[in-house]
Structures are given as structure tokens and as C-alpha cells.
Design a protein around this ligand. Structure first.
Ligand code: ATR
Length: 277
């Protein structure tokens, strides 16, 4: 690509930044869409976040993705956040609109699009494992789509708090999965990211179930492997990342992003990555 004085700048702020695939994905999409923009990664330590956001405003950076560990800390530095990001309690996208930095969240829609490729969500019985920031985005999305949601977490009290704040129908610890009837299961914990472990015992019946893992490196986590062996359909975290990126591009440009181009760039970027973005 040839850049010029009018090339728009976008990027991702995270820490550490060495392995993110987001620049490869967004730049491939911009090229395919004929958009004159460049997307890079900014490694911003937590104590420099305020200065970084002020700098982005001054430089006119059009859009910033916000990833680990900044998704909550960024909020006080913005001019406004939309009601969805407010309810989820986290911002992963900052867009310059008429000189104002507006925060929103596309993680939830990325997760819902990835699931909706497999089945309808209205009326589905879902179980969400975990009660951190990612769980909040997923629970918000499922409730918004009309699914009933149980939140299960190692620390049950956190699951109960999340469930009551976001109108999920129940909560418990991870062991209570054994009693739950469900159609969809989503792992939002980091279990499986750095070791070949699953947050739950292998499912006995895959049946018509859909199992999704937000972890995308490795692409086939132990949870997904064991669930597929039990007959379930599985969705890797790659698709949540791709669809949340497509939504970021739609917010900024007003145009639909090519999901196949994003997926291809994700695959080619490969290598040692993490949950970070
Ligand atoms: P994120 O913002 O990515 O969701 P987080 O807020 O740090 O990250 O949340 C991590 C989640 O993974 C939590 O639900 C955590 O469970 P606890 O609330 O009990 O800490 C879960 N988690 C992390 N390591 C885990 C492990 N070894 N076994 C089970 N759950 C784990």
C-alpha cells in the first residue's frame, strides 16, 4: 500500500503488544475495501494510557481498538461512551466523531455473530463460563438476543453478581454445570490459553449443542476438541475476533467489512498470539 499525507491512522492500544494480529487483519480489510488508512499497534503501559489517549485526540487518530489491560481504564479518558459499553462496563473501540472520542464495545456483537453462524439465539439455553470482562460482553449479548443465561465461575459469588447486574437467569460454580440443561456453552475464562486444559469435564452428550471458546490461540482448545468428540458443533475464538473487528470497521466507515479477508489475514498472521486482540 502507498501512504500519503491524507492517509488516516488507526491502531490498537494494548500491553504488551508484540503478538497482536489486529494490524494484519485491519490493513488487509482496508486494502480490500480501497480505504486509505494505516493500522498499527501501540504498546502503551498502564500509567501512560491517559497521555496516549490525549495524544490520539491531538493527532486525529480515527479509531483505536482497546485491548488488555485497558478496556475499563480507558473510560475516564473519553468524551463519551455509548449505553451498551456502559452496561458491559468495558470499551474496546474508540472512534473519533466530530473531534470527540466516543467509546463503544464490539466484543459482544463479535461473539453473537460467531454463535449465530451456528444457530438462532432467541429462546436458547446458554451457559457462560467465567465472570470477567469478556463474560460481561457475552452475557450482555445473549440476554439482548433473547437467550436464557446461566453464569458459572470458579468464584461463584462473582458469577452471582454478574448475573444479577446483567439479568441472567442463574449463576453457580463450575461444578454445577453437571446439572444444567443447555444448548450453548461459551468459555470466557483463560483456561486453555497457555496449557492444554479445559475448564470443565468432557461433555457426555454433544447432541445439538454449540460450544464456543473465546480463546483463539490455540485454535483447537481442549474444550473444543473434547466437545467435538462428543458430537457438538464448535466455534473458535477466532470468529469472535474477526466479527468484532468487522463491526469496528463498520462503525468507522459505515461499510460492511469483508469477513473472508479478515479471516484469511488472521490465518496468515498466525504465530504465537494471546487473547489480547
Ligand atoms: P477477562 O477480562 O478476559 O474476562 P478476567 O476479568 O481476568 O479476564 O477474568 C478471568 C476469568 O477467568 C474469571 O472468571 C476467572 O475466574 P475467577 O473469577 O474465579 O478468578 C477465570 N479463571 C482464570 N483462571 C482460571 C482457572 N485456572 N480455573 C477456572 N477459572 C479461571
Amino acid at each position: 500500500m502507498v501512504f500519503s499525507a491524507t492517509t488516516a491512522t488507526c491502531g490498537i492500544v494494548l500491553h504488551p503488544a508484540s503478538h497482536t494480529r489486529s494490524p494484519a487483519m485491519h490493513n488487509a480489510a482496508f486494502e480490500a475495501m480501497g480505504i486509505d488508512a494505516a493500522y498499527t499497534a501501540f504498546d502503551v503501559a498502564p500509567d501512560a494510557l491517559g497521555e496516549a489517549i490525549a495524544g490520539a485526540r491531538a493527532l486525529g487518530i480515527r479509531q483505536l481498538a482497546v485491548s488488555i489491560p485497558h478496556k475499563q481504564a480507558v473510560i475516564p479518558h473519553l468524551d463519551s461512551i455509548d449505553p451498551t459499553a456502559e452496561r458491559i462496563g468495558a470499551v474496546n473501540t474508540v472512534t473519533l466523531q466530530d473531534g470527540r472520542l466516543v467509546g463503544t464495545n464490539t466484543d459482544w456483537i463479535g461473539a453473537m455473530k460467531a454463535l449465530e453462524a451456528e444457530r438462532a439465539l432467541a429462546g436458547a439455553r446458554a451457559v457462560v463460563l467465567g465472570a470477567g470482562g469478556t463474560a460481561r460482553a457475552v452475557v450482555f449479548g445473549l440476554v439482548q438476543r433473547g437467550a436464557s443465561v446461566r453464569v458459572l465461575n470458579r468464584t461463584a459469588a462473582k458469577a452471582e453478581r454478574l448475573a444479577s447486574e446483567l439479568d441472567a437467569s442463574g449463576a453457580g460454580d463450575l461444578a454445577s454445570l453437571g446439572d444444567a440443561e443447555f444448548d450453548i456453552l461459551i468459555n470466557t475464562t483463560s483456561v486453555g490459553l497457555s496449557s492444554d486444559e479445559s475448564p470443565i469435564a468432557p461433555l457426555q452428550h454433544g447432541g445439538d449443542r454449540v460450544v464456543m471458546d473465546v480463546v483463539y490461540q490455540p485454535e483447537q482448545t481442549r474444550l473444543l476438541r473434547e466437545s467435538r468428540q462428543a458430537g457438538a458443533r464448535t466455534v473458535g475464538g477466532k470468529w469472535m475476533l474477526i466479527h468484532q473487528a468487522a463491526e469496528q470497521i463498520r462503525i468507522w466507515t459505515g461499510r460492511a467489512a469483508p469477513v473472508d479477508v479478515l479471516a484469511d489475514a488472521f490465518d496468515r498472521a498466525g504465530g504465537d498470539d494471546s487473547l489480547s486482540g
